[in-house]
Design a protein around this ligand. Structure first.
Ligand SMILES: [Zn+2]
Length: 353
């Protein structure tokens, strides 16, 4: 994943000062958006991500106001302790870059937890800047009574350029892969009064050398093309992407590269659960697994916290370990995503694509 800063930026300031400093940062960015991005680009060289000049000012584009259906069903069931246990088991496998033995182990780990579910693979060979690699997107399908599909996705590979370090991607890959496993537990064996839910563990999200349109998102670029050709894309009502949201200091970004009405639904879900203070203080434009689906007209929201440690210092470092996460954050992320699905199920009609 990579980003373009559009609004505020990670700050070295006391929490009480953050709003003021954020406003100043926004003003500064409005004057010189390219400079900040260029500095960031320099800083991020060699880390497998890059940034582009700011494109959209979120202050000009408030979240769309929608009319939401009432919901009196309470907090969605979600076992955050079990999700945290999954995180620990996944990172215990070690670094899991594509092409590695550990990558095969995490594939087996995921599919072993989906025994008895309807599981499909999108497996192919990716021609990358580092050569040819097997790539496998894993999809678990839970049917609903309504015509249409909601996809919830997370990548499960770990960063390839860090393959020879102890990088285990506790937040970057493991936490959200675990969230999806717990969603499967909640969906399994129940009749869904709503859209079908497909859980998608994406592969080869990470760049092999340095993030670019052609060196990143190998798995989802393949799957989006496949789903466009076979007609699946037209049936997808919303695509919810989860990334880096186990962070103990949870502050989820508003993503300007996502479909803004879907962002509104996510914020409504967070507000209903009393978790809105963890959402949308910052705005960023994130390049992530949703982009291939955005480009074929699927409504998407990237639910991501790209301030992992002050100034994002833990991201793509060996410090991305379980002690930086919290069970509470998994609970917030998990229940808000399930509440988002619940609202989408009942919104009639959904906004146009
Ligand atoms: Zn990453």
């Amino acid at each position: 994943m990579t980003m373009t800063r559009t609004g505020t930026k990670p700050l070295r300031a006391k929490p009480s000062l953050r709003i003021l400093v954020a406003a100043l940062a926004l003003a500064a960015l409005a004057c010189d958006p390219g400079k900040d991005a260029a500095q960031e680009q320099e800083k991020d060289k060699g880390k497998g991500k890059s940034q582009n000049p700011a494109a959209v000012n979120p202050a000009d584009t408030p979240l769309p106001t929608l009319s939401f259906p009432p919901d009196s069903s309470g907090v969605p069931a979600f076992d955050a302790n079990r999700a945290m246990q999954y995180v620990k088991e996944i990172v215990a496998l070690g670094p899991r870059p594509i092409g590695s033995a550990n990558h095969k182990k995490v594939e087996d780990y995921i599919t072993a937890h989906l025994k008895g579910d309807t599981v499909e693979d999108d497996a192919f060979t990716a021609d990358t800047v580092e050569g040819k690699f097997p790539v496998r997107n894993i999809i678990a399908k839970f049917p609903g009574t309504k015509d249409g599909i909601i996809v919830i996705a997370s990548h499960y590979d770990t960063n390839y350029p860090l393959r020879n370090t102890s990088f285990i991607g506790a937040n970057d890959g493991a936490a959200t892969s675990a969230l999806l496993l717990e969603f499967a537990n909640q969906l399994r064996g129940k009749k869904r009064e709503g859209y079908s839910v497909w859980l998608l563990w994406t592969d080869a999200e990470e760049a092999m050398k340095s993030w670019s349109d052609t060196d990143s998102l190998y798995g989802t670029r393949h799957l989006a093309q496949k789903w466009q050709q076979d007609g699946t894309a037209k049936q997808i009502k919303a695509f919810l992407l989860a990334d880096m949201i186990g962070d103990a200091d949870l502050d989820i970004d508003r993503d300007m590269n996502s479909t803004q009405w879907v962002e509104s639904v996510v914020y409504e879900a967070a507000t209903r659960l009393g978790y809105q203070s963890h959402f949308f203080v910052r705005s960023n434009a994130i390049s992530d697994d949703h982009l291939p689906f955005m480009s074929i007209g699927v409504p998407c929201a990237d639910i991501i916290d790209i301030d992992y440690g002050y100034n994002n210092v833990f991201h793509h470092t060996v410090q991305d370990t379980v002690d930086k996460l919290s069970t509470k954050s998994l609970e917030i992320s998990g229940t808000v995503i399930l509440e988002t699905v619940r609202i989408l199920d009942k919104m009639e009609p959904l906004p146009p694509k």
